[in-house]
Ligand binder design. Structure first.
Ligand code: GLA
Length: 764
């Protein structure tokens, strides 16, 4: 609900309230964002305004008419440089006269119903047209610029989205150096800024920084949203835990260079900003032109990190992911990559698919290596013609045979790239991002096609349309395997090179939009050397993303825990792979590899033809279990308990096992059933007692709790007990005493390094 009690604007979701007002000077003072409060008339909001009487010494007043404050010490909805505020601005423009002072003040506001679409970018959507939209127009009257701030209120998800649009209404071209999407000011310091950092194969490592003073930035300059720093971040208090306390989550619907910063001012006020990374960004806006900043998604919960994650998960499932696959069960797939790498041929693939079919697989995916002369990663990207030495009957023949087996067929492509060793590069060297006549940096011996150019976008759309129609293709893995260097497009004038990074993303979105609409039945999975472009922009077109090239169960548990703060299980691709693991050489039990992968869109990525009968039987059982429970695992509500990396939820864990356990629960939306996981890192000797605590159950309902889904008892039935939801959540299930040197009894828990167990809860 949006209340317009001019000069106050109050936005309510079910559990949160967001408020600001127009100051007498025309600036927007941010008043409140947090737990829902009641406002029935303008007077109710008065207490939220800061009582300014004078500007602090050594600060500057806005002008001689307004001497009671300095913009440096006011919580603002948006800010710019030049009239007193020296903190991170939302907008930075260099005008025709060379000045970089901007002065945006309130012009008018309007509340409308429904989600408006961007002209150039993907955004959230609302099928039910329930979402309310507040547009606030601000004007820089000295320079003739219009700035629109957009707010959308998704009440049931406790999400408010924000974006901004700048229109050049002056007679001169201006240089836009930044237009961020959202700015959030708090009147106190000491917020904890949580970011998710990493690199290839170790994405989404949670990092907490307590902000007392200065500035902390989490940003990407890889050209992608990146595995170095995901655009999803959180702000919380030191006392916030998984289940209690204030938590703000923020994500950006954008797949390129992004920027999130927290700054604490000299007056102890905290500012958070998010948007397109201003580094090397310079966009020319001619008279009449406009620029859209991507949509930022903000969620607030007073129920800790889990509470905020629930809001984000719900929002992503309902208002980001779209198309035929939005609500469809995702198939269990078998991918050829770790089974055969580039060394594929029709016989090998058919044998693998046959073994997969036998085990219960539903979709067979042919990964890299099927086109051009792709015997390794040094050549052929760009030449999307089938290698008939490997596939004598083409993709068409192979896919038909796979279909005849009763499996769906999927294919791997990397459309945005070209190897120098390729026919495409020979024909069109000008189609890559590189500085003419200058040496070029290399990554995986490939270069990035210049998607700022429409002819290159058209080529990708045509080529991929051909590939996606060259057989019975039900699934596409869209990969992108390098980061940007040498940002330069030969299609743009020198003064427009600062637009390359952003224009690339817009070009990519055009390709993804056209192709996903042209092939609505295909299930697209995004991939970028694993999770180098795991973001809400991609998810607007592709309903799932390969989360990491690291398939080691232990690493994956940490990585998937990281993603779970901002993303639901239904978008996280997770595979069971062979041991020793190809990224870490670690041996982990097959059971554990599956347990971790089933908390995601589960698939397999190993050579079924090499596996023993026992292993294949185990895999069969896993797939059967996943098919039975996947609706819950793919659409249920996911909660973190104790985790390897983060702080414990209840602070009560054993001294010896601190950070040694990952505990997850996924509950069906109607709370009637749940699946839990307990995964141990390393055995510590003589630590015999362990427990599992559920989350998210209905406290008053009675559940049948099953220890593991595979029979553990002699009578062939897994052990069970009955318990109320509250006892399972607040008390927890105490597990059997574990093996210890002194005790060798039949009825005990045998533990080892990397062991895990799954628990099932079904209400009566
Ligand atoms: C990337 C992907 C892998 C695989 C290879 C193929 O690394 O993340 O899953 O598809 O490319 O070259």
């Amino acid at each position: 609900m949006i209340q317009n009690f001019y000069p106050f604007f109050v936005l309510h979701t079910n559990q949160s309230t967001y408020a600001f007002r127009v100051m007498e000077s025309g600036h927007l003072e941010h008043l409140y964002y947090g737990r829902r409060i009641t406002v029935t008339e303008a007077r109710d909001a008065e207490i939220l305004t800061e009582k300014h009487v004078f500007a602090p010494s050594n600060t500057n007043v806005y002008d001689e008419n307004y001497t009671s404050f300095s913009l440096e010490d006011v919580c603002l909805e948006m800010s710019s440089y030049g009239r007193g505020d020296i903190r991170e601005p939302l907008v930075e423009v260099v005008h025709g006269d060379g000045s970089s002072t901007s002065d945006f003040r309130f012009e008018d506001a309007a509340v409308t119903q429904g989600k408006a679409e961007f002209k150039t970018l993907p955004g959230s959507y609302d099928e039910t047209n329930q979402v309310q939209h507040l547009t606030v127009a601000l004007k820089d009257r000295h320079y003739g610029l219009l700035l629109e701030l957009h707010y959308y209120v998704y009440e049931d998800c406790d999400v408010i989205t924000r974006s901004a649009r700048l229109v050049n209404e002056s007679g001169e071209t201006v240089q836009l150096h930044r237009l961020l999407s959202a700015q959030l000011d708090f009147d106190t310091p000491e917020y904890v800024f949580t970011t998710f950092h990493g690199a290839w194969a170790r994405e989404m490592k949670r990092t907490d920084v307590r902000m007392s003073a200065g500035r902390h930035v989490s940003a990407s300059y890889t050209g992608t949203s990146s595995n170095r720093a995901n655009p999803f971040v959180m702000l919380s208090k030191e006392t916030t835990s998984e289940d209690f306390g204030d938590c703000y989550g923020c994500n950006l619907i954008y797949s390129g260079n992004h920027y999130e910063a927290v700054e604490v001012s000299g007056y102890g006020k905290t500012r958070f900003v998010t948007g397109v990374n201003p580094q090397s960004f310079c966009y020319l806006l001619a008279p009449g032109e406009d620029f859209e900043a991507p949509e930022a998604v903000m969620a607030y919960s007073h129920e800790g990190f889990n509470g905020m994650s629930q809001c984000m998960h719900h929002f992503v499932r309902e208002h980001i992911v779209r198309g035929e696959w939005k609500r469809k069960a995702r198939p269990v797939l078998l991918n050829s990559w770790e089974a055969a790498y580039f060394d594929i041929d029709e016989d090998k693939l058919l044998n693998l698919a046959r073994a997969g079919k036998e085990a219960g697989i539903e979709l067979f995916v042919m990964d890299d290596g099927w086109f051009g002369n792709r015997v390794d990663d040094t050549q052929s990207l760009g030449d999307w013609q089938v290698d008939t030495r490997k596939l004598p009957h083409g993709v068409e023949g192979l896919s038909r045979k796979i279909k005849e087996m009763g499996l769906d067929f999927g294919i791997w492509v990397e459309p945005e790239m070209v190897n120098v060793k390729s026919n495409l590069y020979e024909k069109h060297p000008e189609w890559v991002l590189q500085i003419p006549g200058k040496p070029h940096s290399e990554g995986r011996t490939q270069r990035i096609l210049d998607l700022t150019r429409q002819d290159v976008q058209d080529y990708i759309i045509t080529e991929m349309s051909r590939v996606f129609s060259c057989g019975e293709i039900s699934y596409v893995k869209w990969d992108m395997n390098r980061t940007f260097t040498d940002y330069y497009s030969s299609g743009l004038k020198p003064d427009r090179q600062g637009e390359v990074a952003h224009r690339y993303v817009l070009g990519l979105y055009r390709c993804m939009k056209v192709l996903s609409e042209r092939f609505p039945k295909i299930l697209f999975e995004g991939c970028c050397a694993g999770g180098n472009r795991f973001d809400l922009g991609i998810l607007c077109y592709f309903p799932q993303i390969w989360a990491s090239d690291d398939t080691d169960a232990l690493c994956r548990a940490e990585i998937q825990t990281g993603y779970s703060y901002g993303y639901p299980l239904s978008v996280v691709g997770a595979h069971v792979s062979a041991c020793p693991n190809h990224q870490t050489r670690r041996m982990t039990p097959l059971k554990t590899r599956f347990h971790v992968a089933c908390f995601g869109v589960c698939g397999y990525e190993c050579n079924f033809c090499d596996m023993t009968e026992e292993e294949l039987d185990e895999v069969k059982g896993q797939i059967a279990f996943y098919k039975e429970w996947r609706k819950l695992l793919q659409t249920g509500d996911f909660y973190r308990g104790r985790t390897f990396t983060g702080q414990t939820a209840d602070g009560s864990c054993l001294m010896l096992s601190r950070g040694n356990v990952t505990e997850w629960t996924c509950v069906s939306r109607d709370r009637s059933c749940a699946v839990g996981l307990l995964l141990q890192k390393l055995v510590a000797p003589n630590t015999q007692y362990e427990y599992y605590r559920a989350r998210g159950l209905a406290p008053e309902r009675k559940y049948c709790f099953t220890y593991g889904y595979q029979p553990a008892n002699e009578d062939g039935k897994a052990a069970e007990c009955l318990a109320y939801g509250d006892a399972l959540m607040y008390g927890g299930v105490k597990l059997k005493q574990a093996f210890s040197e002194g005790g060798r009894h039949g009825d005990m828990r045998i533990v080892g390094d990397f062991v895990s167990e799954i628990y099932l809860m079904v209400s009566e």
